[in-house]
Structure formats: C-alpha cells, structure tokens
Design a protein around this ligand. Structure first.
Ligand code: GTP
Ligand code: SPV
Ligand code: MN
Length: 619
C-alpha cells in the first residue's frame, strides 16, 4: 500500500462486511456498496464519519501527496489551495445527461440518453476505474437531520478532494448515515475521477495532483433517483449533493411529491420597524446569488441575514405558505470579484478552514484573486502554478475559481438556517446578467405573470460552465442546466403550486443589476446598494410602496425607489428602467421561438402571458 505511512481511521483493505460501521444493517445499502466495489475495484474502502480527526488525517495525506497546498497558518488558518487540471475547471453542460425512460420527459433543453444504453456505457467506464485508489463512502444529509424538507444521500467517490468539500458543503458523516433505516429513501451517487492508479495487469500508474479524465459523464436517472459522475473532480461535476442531487434529482422528486428544488439564495431582511421578510432569488451561475445572500444594506435601519446562497428547497406548508430551507451546509462561492468593498461578509467568512480552488498564491502563502484587493500584488503564483506579475497579460486566478467554506463561519448567518421547518417566503426574485433591455426591478402582475417572467429570463453566459462567456442565452428560473425533467412540465408544476397557495403565494419580482451604459460600464452600483431594491420589494409586499403599471411589470413610481445619496442622475435612473418597445417586441419573437420547442407540453397560461405582453407593448 503506497499510503501506508499515513494512519487513517477506517482505511483498511476491503473485507466481506465492507468495513461498514456496526450500526449499518440496511441490506440495500450494503448491497449497493458491494456492487460498486466489485465494479470499480478499489484497493481500500473508507466510511467517512465526518469527524475532525478524519478531516485532519485526510488533509495531511493530501498535503503530503502534493494535492493540497497548506496556506500560511497565521494569515489563513486551517486552509488549503487546490489547483485543478486546466481542463477541469467548470461544469460540463454538454456532458450532462438526463436518462429518463422517455426522451420527452427530459425535454428539449436537456441532453437525453436512454437509461439502459447509458447504464451499459457507464458499466464499461467504471469497470476498474478505482483500481489502486481508496473508495470513500460519504453519507450526507441535505437539510437538518430528519427535517420535513430534508433528504439523505450517499456519495461513493475516489476523490479525497471531493470528500473534504462534501464535508464542508453538507452535513456529512455517521450522523447522516444513522438517518438511513429501511423506511428512509436515500439517493445513491457514484463518482470516479476516472484515473486508476493500477492497470489491469497490476502495474502501478503514476498519480497526478488533480486526477481526472478527458472523457466526462455527469448522468442522472430521475426515475430511479441515481447519479453517476465520471471523469471530473470539479465543483458541480464532483460534489454530487449539489447540482446533481439538490437540483436535478431534487427537482424531479419535487414534481412527484409537490415541492420545488431551486437554484436560489435565501435572505432574511428586517425593516427598521423590526418586521422580518424572507426572500428567495434565482440568478444564473455567477450572476450574484452569493453576493445578494451576504449583502450589507446601505439603507439605514435595514438588516440582512444569510440563510442560503445557491440552493433552496421550497414546500407549501399546512397554511398554504411556501416554506424554504437551504439544504446545504457550506458555500462554494466564486472568488473573483469578492473583496472588502463588494462583499465584506464573504471576506470575513473565509478567514480560515477554507479550501480554495484555482486562485493565485501570494509570496507569503496566502490567496489572491482579481477584485480581492484594490492593489494588485507585484508577484504571484497563478492558478496553474506559474510565476505571475501584473504585466503577464492573463488572470492570476481562474475566472471560475472558488472558495469552499462552512456556512457557520458566515457572520450574517440567520438562526433560521438551523430550523428544519424552513422560513415562509414573502417574495421570489428572478434575475440575470443583461447589459440591455431588462429594467432594474419590476413586479409581476400575478403569480402566473411571475412564472412567465421566470420562464423567459435570459442571461449572458459566465465562466461557471464550459462555453463562450458573454453569449446571451435563455436560462429559465436559472435552472436551464439544472432542471431534471421537461422544462415545460416544470413551469406547469410552478403554476399548479401557485394555484394551490392562492393569496398566500409569495409575490414575484424581476431584477437586473447588470445594465450597462454606452461606454460599457454598469449603471447601477450593485452589491450593498441592492438593498434599495430589496427595500422597495419589502414595501411592495406590504402594499406600501407606490408602483406604476409598465409594459413588463409594475415599476417604482417616481420617488418610490430610495436613491437618496446615490451618485445617480435622473437620466441614468431613466435608462435603468427604460423599456424599448421595439426591442421588447423582438424579444417576444425570440420567446415565441423558444416556447415553440416545447410543443403541446407548454402550459397555455404562458402563451396567454406572451400575448398579453405583446398587447401591452403595442398599446
Ligand atoms: P454561482 O455560485 O455560480 O451560482 O454564482 P452566484 O450566482 O452566487 O454569483 P456570485 O454572487 O458569486 O457573483 C458572481 C460575480 O458577479 C462576482 O464576480 C461578483 O462580484 C459579481 N456581482 C455580484 N453581484 C453584483 C452586483 O450587484 N453588481 C455587479 N456589477 N456585479 C455583481
Ligand atoms: C454554479 O455553477 O451554479 C455553481 C458552481 O454554483 S457548481 O457547484 O460548479 O455548479
Ligand atoms: Mn450555483
């Protein structure tokens, strides 16, 4: 055993009982693990207990192996830097598959594969894929243990980097494993980086600091609630609790069971009068969820507290109110652009105990990325491990570099995060990154109109996924890459839930922080100043702020949005809300084209809303 110098809790060779802890008696679970062991042929098996000792042993092992670089313990205690393979830096949407029995159930916006043929393909890929490696069994709970909205899952992985990240991102370990009895459903998820350490004839192959495979598969079987991920060690491809379970499989579970799995932050706002409001917001990847979730209001008297920054599970309660939990236990946040001025809360959250991936390393062994400080260091080691100076002509940190940090380190964490019942939502916000056309804020006329707004959001692509940054694409509900079933059925599900909640349903809004002027600069200051928009939204929830009917929704009446003290003249303010009828009618044509691909699965309510919008624009 190449790792024999390291003592690791449960890390011993595979035996008949699979080294399972005594209390595990669930036969289906043991059989599943046994099947994966037989298929992937690992050298060792390790059941993750989630303890501090396990964390310490595993990080020490990865430091020794050169996988993690320990950061300066005085500047960034308990923290590490990981550098990925340069070809494994983001989600791979064109390698992400929904394997539903019927192609139509995956819908036109997903890559569909027949489950039987995909299973056959996966069996070949995973055969021996863990040779020479340790297979980790990673039990986790999404949401507080045993909560009414919570779920459990088990990820099998051969990536210790994934294990460490899962420990931060979820409630991971034996406490989660103990949740599983014969009656509790759990989601099985298998992950392999696809780079065995021993070949078929038993010869050792050299390892690399970031094992991965140029062939990648991120597969979901909604009907059997299974996840299989191969070839990538990065983020949403490898931390299967996150996008694979909490969104793709979760969304389909929600369709069957009457709830919603959403790509949303959850924020608690308290007014100067002491009234609390709960808001959820869906923005596409790298479009401002983490920042809004951690916002420091500039409007005097308002307080903001964080509940979640990426994923929300929503379920109507017995009173018909929509309750939200954050199923996660950590942040996997975008580093670039995060600094003391833009997001001081994130900066103080990552004081220590943080795994940084693909950021730059300073000469005193701390981290740096573009936008972290006003002054750029004169020398760095960039995210690829190469010397870097400000005139290198390339970014020091990868644009999709990230920090992984426990949510409990967030100074603005709301107590509600611990509550398994969730918070009742007052408002839902949809947004995107739009340089043109979309106003700073607008309120939907109705739930149905709100669903139309969510369904038609488009946004400029970011570095969070492989592809062309900046290209405009439709990203309905910020769920384009994450909805585990037919998007038209998803809209139908939203409409049905609205119907069910009636007057108790949250109000729906649309925002856009990213509108640009002719010089290409953002017109709205954003970040903490977004509290002005949130204040207007909260006042609208209470029917206090004045609104005017516009073509695309209800917009703030003159003087109703608080812009006091902002360096923003009337002309710029006008431009932030400008709705050009001609350009919007063009967008309507694109919406019609977009809708057409869903055929008769498209809810007729959305066709009605499109006709109404055209009517208002032409009036
Ligand atoms: P994912 O984790 O990929 O889902 O991203 P996210 O939606 O949480 O995005 P995040 O808050 O990390 O922001 C992504 C980028 O947008 C960062 O570089 C931020 O600095 C920038 N950003 C966030 N909010 C604002 C804003 O109000 N205005 C401007 N101009 N930029 C913003
Ligand atoms: C996103 O892309 O929306 C993320 C990062 O939150 S990842 O976990 O890679 O999906
Ligand atoms: Mn996200």
């Amino acid at each position: 055993n190449a790792d024999s110098s390291v003592t690791l809790g449960q890390k011993v060779p595979v035996t008949t009982r699979l080294n399972a802890p005594e209390f595990v008696t669930n036969r289906a679970l043991l059989r599943w693990i046994s099947d994966i062991v037989v298929l992937t042929k690992p050298e060792n098996i390790h059941w993750c207990d989630g303890s501090d000792a396990e964390w310490t042993a595993l990080t020490a092992e990865l430091v020794t192996g050169g996988v993690l670089i320990p950061l300066n313990s005085e500047l960034r205690p308990g923290s590490f830097l990981a550098r990925s393979d340069p070809d494994d830096v983001a989600r791979v949407e064109d390698r992400t598959f929904i394997c539903s029995v019927n192609e139509a159930d995956a819908g036109p916006t997903n890559n569909w594969r027949d489950p039987d043929s995909m299973n056959a393909e996966l069996k070949v890929l995973f055969d021996g894929s863990m040779r020479g490696r340790t297979l980790y069994v990673v039990p986790f709970s999404m949401g507080p243990f045993g909560g009414p909205i919570s779920q459990v899952g088990i990820q099998i992985t051969d990536s210790p980097y994934a294990v460490l990240n899962m420990r931060i991102m979820t409630r991971m370990g034996f406490d989660a494993l103990a949740q599983i009895d014969d009656k509790t459903p759990w989601v099985p998820a298998v992950h392999s980086v696809g780079q065995p350490l021993v070949d078929e004839s038993g010869l050792r192959i050299a390892d690399s600091a970031w094992p991965s495979n140029s062939t990648k598969y991120i597969c979901h079987f909604p009907e059997t609630r299974e996840i299989w991920s191969y070839g990538s060690g990065y983020g949403g491809n490898a931390l299967l609790s996150k996008k694979c379970f909490a969104l793709r499989i979760g969304s389909y579970m929600g369709l069957q069971e009457g709830w919603l799995a959403e790509h949303m932050l959850i924020l608690k706002l308290t007014s100067p009068e002491g009234k609390a409001y709960h808001v959820a917001a869906a923005f596409p990847s790298a479009c401002g969820k983490t920042n809004l979730a951690m916002l420091r209001p500039t409007v005097p008297g308002w307080k903001a507290e964080t509940i979640g920054d990426d994923i929300a599970w929503l379920r109507p309660d017995a009173d018909g109110r929509l309750r939200a939990i954050n199923p996660e236990a950590g942040f996997f946040g975008v580093a670039p652009g995060t600094g003391e001025i833009t997001n001081p809360v994130a900066m103080s959250t990552v004081w220590g105990n943080t795994i940084f991936t693909n950021v730059a390393l300073t000469d005193d062994n701390d981290v740096w990325w573009e936008g972290m400080t006003e002054k750029t260091p004169s020398h760095l080691i960039d995210w690829r491990g190469e010397d870097w100076t400000p005139d290198s002509g390339r970014p020091a940190a990868h644009p999709n570099s990230r920090f992984t940090v426990p949510i409990q380190q967030c100074p603005t964490l709301a107590d509600d995060w611990f509550e398994s019942a969730g918070v009742p939502l007052d408002a839902i916000i949809f947004g995107g990154r739009r340089a043109t056309n979309v106003p700073l804020v607008a309120e939907a006329f109705s739930w149905q109109h709100g669903v139309f707004i969510g369904a038609t959001v488009s946004s400029e692509k970011t570095a969070a996924a492989e592809g062309t940054v900046g290209e405009l694409r439709r990203d309905p509900f910020a769920m384009l890459p994450f909805c585990g079933y037919n998007m038209a059925d998803y809209w139908g599900h939203w409409l049905a839930l609205g119907e069910k909640m009636g007057a108790n349903a949250p109000k729906i809004f649309q925002v856009n922080w990213f509108r640009k002027d002719d010089d290409g600069s953002f017109m709205w200051p954003g970040f903490g100043e977004n509290s002005r928009v949130l204040e207007w939204i909260a006042r609208r929830v209470d029917d206090e702020a004045h609104a005017t009917i516009g073509a695309v929704g209800l917009v703030p009446s003159q003087g109703s949005l608080n812009v006091e003290g902002l360096d923003l003249n009337d002309e710029v303010l006008g431009k932030l809300f400008e709705v050009n009828e001609k350009l919007w009618l063009d967008e309507c044509d694109l919406t019609e084209e977009f809708f057409d691909q869903f055929g008769d699965r498209l809810p007729s309510e959305l066709t009605t809303e499109l006709a109404d919008l055209r009517g208002r624009l032409s009036a």
